[in-house]
Ligand binder design. Structure first.
Ligand SMILES: Cc1cc2nc3c(=O)[nH]c(=O)nc-3n(C[C@H](O)[C@H](O)[C@H](O)COP(=O)(O)OP(=O)(O)OC[C@H]3O[C@@H](n4cnc5c(N)ncnc54)[C@H](O)[C@@H]3O)c2cc1C
Length: 386
């Protein structure tokens, strides 16, 4: 791994900094219209989908430039580049790799413009971790696939216009992975029912989705029939590397340090308590380890080597850190930590309470910690299965 940037990369970093100096006000000075201005600006600048090829409307940036861009944006607490969350994170990359020209023309521009949301239909009741056992059926009938079955925990389903969906098209394959196919499904197709599920912080963030003889035109098949598993492995690696990005964690760590400086424990400043200092140091060390691990797989990507299982290491760290950092912040607040999010007396209107209740997104979404441990054990360390 080479930590030094080339002169071109240094010049790119300097251009990014100049642009941010000129266009990104400090956090406290951003007005209500700023997010809209920002999304137009960064789209015009070519930063949304920055590493996607120019032929599909992306920025044509190198992976290293993309990493520099993300780092500079995170340092300034810049808003996200585009709001089409799953479209930008994994549907777009899957379309670029497996989509037909017609599919690329139809979807990629809209994803880059964040015109609407996508959702992801993988998990089913009783089938989450063992995804390859999925049962939702897609049967080819003439020019359509007819879909019957159910998905669950589908994030954003009630707001999404399109879904990237996995169905079983063949029950007779030797390996269950080979009978899975990926379809692109319009959410207002006749026969789809979306039933929101409230999570423990009462947000209806995800939903059950029922399919009753839903017709999906064959032109919405992504890749080939039976190639769904291969497409999904790539998408999950993208999801896990996205979940594992350290920018958000570094920001939380800064807020946590501020909280430590302002808190008192047992009548003394919290920062004088050895146990508390050790905890903060542990969080900081783990985030630094994640940074260098991330650079390892960035180096592999730059060399054109496939990246998959490695992303599980940082996914596991993120799961741990998201949970324990927010719980630690509540502990520091003493009895104030019990106040409900939104309560007037809660510190920062309960931002840490919300974080503490939202940990399951980072912990379970994209695959549970046990599943990441299995992947690390079997595919990275080469340990025996049984
Ligand atoms: C916030 C959130 C958002 C989500 N969004 C989506 C989405 O948009 N689309 C979608 O399709 N899904 C989504 N999911 C579903 C998520 O992918 C699944 O919940 C997850 O894969 C786990 O599956 P499960 O819930 O069926 O749990 P199970 O697979 O039943 O697991 C239960 C427990 O058993 C353990 N376990 C299971 N198998 C093994 C094993 N082989 N070895 C060791 N331990 C094991 C697990 O680690 C876990 O602790 C979301 C989940 C959450 C929490």
């Amino acid at each position: 791994m080479d930590f030094d940037l080339t002169p071109e990369e240094e010049a790119f970093r300097s251009d990014v900094r100049t642009f941010l100096d000129e266009n990104l006000p400090p956090e406290g000075e951003r007005d209500a219209m700023f997010p809209l201005r920002w999304s137009t600006l960064v789209r015009e600048k070519g930063w949304v989908g920055f590493s996607w090829p120019k032929e599909v409307g992306g920025g044509g940036g190198t992976l290293m430039e993309q990493a520099i861009l993300k780092e500079e944006l995170a340092n300034r607490r810049a808003p996200a580049l585009g709001s089409c969350i799953m479209g930008l994170a994994w549907v777009g990359p899957a379309l670029i790799q497996y989509g037909t020209q017609e599919q690329k023309d139809r979807f990629i521009g809209d994803i880059l413009d964040s015109k609407y949301q996508w959702c992801t239909g993988y998990s089913e009741p009783d089938i989450g971790s063992d995804l390859a056992s999925l049962q939702c059926k897609g049967e080819r009938q003439g020019d359509d696939y007819v879909v019957n079955g159910q998905k669950i925990w589908t994030s954003l389903a009630q707001w999404a216009k399109w879904m990237i969906l996995l169905v079983r098209t063949d029950n007779a394959t030797e390996k269950k992975h080979d009978g899975i196919t990926c379809l692109l499904v319009e959410m207002d197709s006749p026969g789809i029912t979306v039933s929101p599920i409230a999570n423990m912080s009462k947000q209806p963030f995800f939903a059950e989705v029922f399919f009753d003889n839903v017709k999906v035109p064959v032109e919405n098949l992504l890749g080939k029939e039976g190639q769904g598993w291969q497409i999904t492995i790539g998408a999950l690696a993208n999801e896990r590397s996205g979940i594992s990005e350290i920018a958000g964690l570094l920001w939380e760590l800064d807020l946590l340090k501020k909280l430590v400086k302002e808190s008192r424990v047992g009548g003394k400043p919290a920062r004088e308590d050895t146990r508390i200092r050790r905890k903060v140091a542990e969080f900081e060390t783990r985030i630094a380890a994640m940074k260098y691990n991330g650079q390892r797989y960035l180096t592999k990507q730059i060399r054109g080597e496939p990246v998959g299982s490695e992303t599980s290491v940082n996914k596991l760290h993120t799961a741990h850190l998201e949970k324990y950092m927010s719980e630690f912040a509540l502990e520091l607040q003493g009895s104030y930590g019990c106040l409900a999010p939104g309560s007037k007396a809660a510190l920062e209107r309960g931002r840490w309470q919300k974080e503490a209740l939202g940990w399951c997104t980072a912990v379970i979404g994209g695959g549970t910690p046990n599943i990441q441990r299995n992947i690390i054990a079997e595919r990275i360390l080469g340990l025996p299965h049984d």
